[in-house]
Design a protein around this ligand. Sequence first.
Ligand code: ADP
Ligand code: ADP
Ligand code: ZN
Length: 219
Amino acid sequence: MILILLGPPGAGKGTQARRLSEGRNLFQLSTGDMLRQAIKAGTPLGEKVRRQMDAGQLVSDEIVIGIIADCMESKDCLGGFILDGFPRTLAQAEALDRMLEEKSCRIGAVIEMQVNDEELAKRITGRFSCAECNIGYHDQFRPPKQESVCDECGGTEFVRREDDTEETVVARLKAYHEQTEPLLPYYRAQGILLPVDGMAGIDDVTRQMNEVLDAVKTD
Ligand code: ADP
Ligand code: ADP
Ligand code: ZN
């Protein structure tokens, strides 16, 4: 199955994509993670990406579509995959449709994670992750069980994203409302948009997602 997680920054896409990926054996494709890797690699492209990301703006469609097109060729994706953070603009959604058409594949479901802006700001500013295994945590909502030790891998080093600041939150939410929200009617019109209440707790959201996905007919 090809699954899209659609929601504003901080909605819980990464958290849930990881769980669904494990639970349903789907490969997770996170454009945010891929872009951060490009930055780490220190290439001129990475430098351009860093400037856009740090300003809370979307990275250009051309760059992101190119990255996704490459990834979809990987054999990891053959058994189905989850798109976490892509598409984020109508141009990206249309490019994805064209790529899938070429492969005679189609999107199984688009899960819309509904969370209000006030909650998003809290989630973003309290977010951190394990430097070793990349699993996400939150100061208040999802601290490690044992302080400073990763539940998953036992790692003791954690990182915070440079763009997870109160200043960028405003720009990122604006970008979401202006550029990404138009995808909701786009997918609703295709009958594949499945809303879930993203304000609920992490386990509850996973449960809702599994419930709506179990009802999706696959072929
Ligand atoms: P996204 O990938 O959509 O930006 P994340 O999955 O990184 O979102 O989640 C943002 C932050 O909120 C993280 O710190 C995560 O631990 C926390 N979080 C995720 N889902 C929930 C939830 N349902 N309730 C409370 N906090 C959550
Ligand atoms: P979040 O969901 O919290 O915004 P992501 O890791 O998905 O976190 O994205 C971080 C940043 O990476 C975005 O603010 C944007 O600059 C860039 N980015 C990620 N995915 C895309 C995309 N599909 N199109 C354009 N920019 C993207
Ligand atoms: Zn870890």
